[in-house]
Design a protein around this ligand. Structure first.
Ligand SMILES: Nc1nc2c(c(=O)[nH]1)N[C@H]1C(S)=C(S)[C@@H](COP(=O)(O)O)O[C@H]1N2
Ligand SMILES: [Mo]
Length: 320
């Protein structure tokens, strides 16, 4: 019989509330047990990645310190939410199936001229920098990550949206042959592909980051290679991974989680310790890799930069 071992950095399951719990409690719980048995997959391989020489990139001094210790890479690459590869946290080995070259990103919708660009061509058009950001998952765990990438506003400039563009809609790949979690069955049909969206004002905000690297090298597959988003003041599910399409649209996009359960997950998803998730408190968070529990901060502590984005929107569900 296999004995379940817990690694020191793992968060006990009863302290984690999987987003998908409402879907099928038994399946999710067996998935979590499976994660503990699978164990650690080791650091992600970056050999053969043609962008490797671009890393590490210079640190942007404005974001060199997140006020907390950087989370050790081994925790971050092995404790993930990437439902395309399964509902447990232990998807790192499965995510090695992600094929990251060739990788094309379509830019379309309300733009002067739609285009498709390969990841390595896109990397030639931008200047990479490193930023240390705090990340807060809606499940009440958090980490600190040295991301490498470029501000999303740079991509918006390249896209040249028209005045009709009100939102940016992102889409992840949909390939059930490559990504076992996208196969039907386990949860019935999940609403693939993963989709997320932002307002144009959010997309143009300097904090909104397009991530292509982390820990001084190309971003690991388990963390959303080769290109993802990170917005540190929002719950983690907004920070969509492995993007293949960026669309400028008139209507507010409906994200993956909102589509699954709109009573629990909304468009704005700004971090707020005073607004509980319908099934758990958001007042505090478990810091990955430390065993520490700390108070959660409004906008994950980035309020001085982003609160003004939400003035006049007080009647919206800003915090779910
Ligand atoms: N395509 C896709 N993007 C995703 C997810 C996902 O399942 N699929 N999970 C989200 C959630 S809930 C979180 S907390 C972060 C986790 O990022 P990490 O695994 O790098 O920590 O990715 C987000 N982006
Ligand atoms: Mo999350």
């Amino acid at each position: 019989m296999l004995i379940k071992r817990r690694y020191g950095w793992e968060i006990p399951e009863h302290k984690v509330t999987p987003e998908a719990l409402f879907l099928n409690r038994r399946t999710v719980l067996s998935g979590l047990a499976g994660a503990a048995l699978t164990g650690i997959a080791g650091p992600a391989r970056a050999e053969g990645d043609p962008s490797q020489g671009l890393y590490p990139a210079p640190v942007n001094p404005a974001y060199k310190d997140a006020g907390r210790a950087v989370t050790d890479e081994k925790y971050n690459t092995n404790y993930n939410n990437f439902y395309e590869f399964g509902t447990s946290k232990g998807i790192a080995a499965e995510a090695e199936n992600l094929k990251i070259r060739p990788w094309e990103i379509a830019v379309d919708g309300e733009v002067d001229k739609p285009f498709v660009i390969g990841i390595d061509d896109l990397l030639k058009k931008v200047t990479l920098e490193e930023r240390v950001y705090r990340h807060r998952c809606v499940e009440a765990w958090s980490m600190v990550v040295p991301w490498t990438g470029f501000p999303l506003k740079k991509l918006v400039e390249l896209a040249s949206p028209t005045a009709d563009a009100k939102y940016v809609r992102f889409e992840t790949f949909n390939n059930p042959e490559m990504a076992s979690g996208q196969q039907p069955g386990l949860f019935g049909t999940m609403p693939w592909p993963y989709v997320e969206g932002l307002t144009m004002a959010e997309a143009m905000h300097d904090l909104t980051f397009v991530v292509t690297g982390a820990y001084g090298k190309p971003v690991a597959k388990s963390m959303g290679a080769p290109i993802r988003i990170h917005m540190p003041w929002k719950y983690g599910f907004k920070s969509i991974k492995s993007i293949i399409k960026v669309s400028f649209v008139k209507e507010r996009p409906i994200g993956f989680w909102e589509q699954l359960q709109s009573s629990e997950y909304g468009f704005w998803a700004n971090v707020n310790p005073q607004v509980p998730h319908p099934r758990w408190s958001q007042a505090s968070e478990q810091v990955l890799g430390t065993g520490e529990r700390i108070d959660t901060q409004l906008y994950n502590g980035y309020g001085e930069f982003v609160a003004s984005l939400y003035q006049g929107l007080e009647n919206e569900k800003l915090y779910m």
